[in-house]
Ligand binder design. Sequence first.
Ligand SMILES: Cc1cc2nc3c(=O)[nH]c(=O)nc-3n(C[C@H](O)[C@H](O)[C@H](O)COP(=O)(O)OP(=O)(O)OC[C@H]3O[C@@H](n4cnc5c(N)ncnc54)[C@H](O)[C@@H]3O)c2cc1C
Length: 343
Amino acid sequence: MRVLVAGAGPAGLAFAAQSAAAGARVTVVEREQEGTLPAWTASVQTRTLDALGLGGLGAFHGHRGIRVGERAWTVPGVAERRVVSGGRLVGALRDRCARAGVTFRWDTGFEDLPEGIERTVDLVVGADGARSAVRARWADTFAPRITHGSRHRLLVRVAGTLAPQALVGLRDTPVVAWAQGDAAVVEVGDRAYQANLARRSPIELAGRVALALDGLLDAPVVSATPMGRTATVMCRQAGQGNVLLVGDAACATWDAEGRGADRALRDGVGLAGVLTQLQHVRGTMNAWRVLAGERHRERHSAGQEALRWAESLGTAADHHDVAAVAAMLDQRWPTRQAATHAA
Ligand SMILES: Cc1cc2nc3c(=O)[nH]c(=O)nc-3n(C[C@H](O)[C@H](O)[C@H](O)COP(=O)(O)OP(=O)(O)OC[C@H]3O[C@@H](n4cnc5c(N)ncnc54)[C@H](O)[C@@H]3O)c2cc1C
């Protein structure tokens, strides 16, 4: 079976490695050059890495944590996770692909391939991320829908290391932030953003964010970059003919939710499993449409729910409504009282 994969990210590589090892002839086209590795770090479920035989990768960091103002809790009942650098993860998957005989075409965007390329292979897998060119080529079929939230996001870099995945409600300038390594994604309500942060020079912006986060990020702010508004993307369907989408190309949720890499890997492994089991493109397309449809609906509603929840939490923090913030935490994590009080 000949398979063309667009995108050498976690989804495309996990799929390519597993399906090539099971006998498929896989070619991956990647827009970037061979030496380029991603700069992000992600927290990925230990069981996802285990499924790929990469359980030893990254550092164990236990469970997701939440911090509000000066208080922090670890959240019980949430899957065990490891922090991995995107570079190490993608590097390990590329090695796996090379051993399984996957062919790479670097420096080649899917948009560079001729119209009708799908007729020259048995299956096309669009794994080219949130701005997918595969999705764009078949936009009528996939019909992506983007839902914007009302909060603005900034990527903040600090000189130091931040506690992983802290969700922060500030006292004076209301933000919700998600931190890891030397980066934090800070979210600000539209009103506060327009009043304090919009149309600032990079230096002014970093200064204002540093002031707002004073004492809360445990490290000095080096830079702050606007990332646009929170958003989720969902497609009407996962595949058509012999073309399908996986990972962020199929369903990208608000990135501060911090599950994209995990889901991308599970998509890749899941699709390779279906293909290997069925050994038949039409059967795989049918099975994937059902499987992915369910997953995407669940992801989208979870993403939307998380978005609404974070926005309400931000609004409560905007109004310094400590009781409302506490009630929201209790509602989302009823076992919070039993959680470890970390600070
Ligand atoms: C700062 C930051 C922090 C994050 N933290 C976390 C986290 O803690 N936990 C988590 O689970 N997720 C996290 N994510 C999200 C995670 O990185 C993504 O959800 C995940 O990488 C998606 O994998 P993917 O393979 O679907 O797409 P991508 O990783 O986007 O990979 C797509 C690949 O396709 C290539 N490509 C793009 N366009 C084309 C084209 N036209 N033709 C050919 N190739 C193309 C790209 O170069 C890339 O190599 C974070 C993201 C960011 C930006």
